[in-house]
Design a protein. Structure first.
Length: 182
């Protein structure tokens, strides 16, 4: 009954089983060539995004292992694997998830990608953090925001803009109004 739903009470009796599984997780290093992307992966990765992930690996090192089954099929980390291959890395860190049923694996492939998208941003805190990184001369393109997003986030929200015309360009009022009737 590995693939049962936990809708009724999602927290019931999960702590012991999670604790046991976490203890068995270990990072291993696998040859990049042996990992197989999941053929039905619904998540797409553009060349630009893979380049961003590669740049992140170069800047920060490898911070998040690829999750794979014992059969070498990737469960999570398709973009990281593509980036590692682009960087011509011989091996990558992998955590083997061999405790999942086939149905759980397929569901995790979707959940791993979707759950992160459900998060939001504290825009004021994000603005403060980005401004601080900018002051430290950190290359903001490495954090994944587009230039337009960075401009929008880094502008002062309290900054007011005057009218678009210079008050000196407003024409003087004529002394005598002239109208024409037809």
């Amino acid at each position: 009954m590995a693939a049962r739903s936990r809708k009724a009470n999602p927290d019931a009796d999960i702590a012991p089983s999670i604790s046991t599984r976490v203890r068995s997780l270990a990072v291993q290093f696998w040859p990049t060539a042996t990992l197989i992307p999941y053929a039905r992966n619904a998540r797409t990765h553009s060349e630009g995004q893979i380049a961003q992930v590669a740049a992140s690996i170069v800047e920060f090192g490898w911070t998040n292992p690829i999750l794979a089954g014992a059969d070498s099929v990737v469960i999570a980390g398709h973009a990281r694997l593509a980036a590692a291959r682009r960087l011509q890395m011989d091996e990558v860190p992998v955590i083997v998830l061999d405790h999942l049923s086939e149905t759980q694996r397929r569901a995790l492939i979707l959940a791993d990608n979707r759950l992160a998208l459900n998060a939001g941003w504290d825009e004021e805190m994000l603005r403060v953090e980005l401004a601080s990184l900018q002051e430290d001369a950190f290359a903001l393109d490495l954090v994944g925001f587009t230039n337009e997003e960075l401009e929008e986030l880094l502008h002062d929200p309290d900054e007011t803009h005057g009218g678009l015309t210079d008050e000196d360009t407003v024409p003087d009022q004529p002394e005598k109004a002239v109208t024409m009737s037809m």
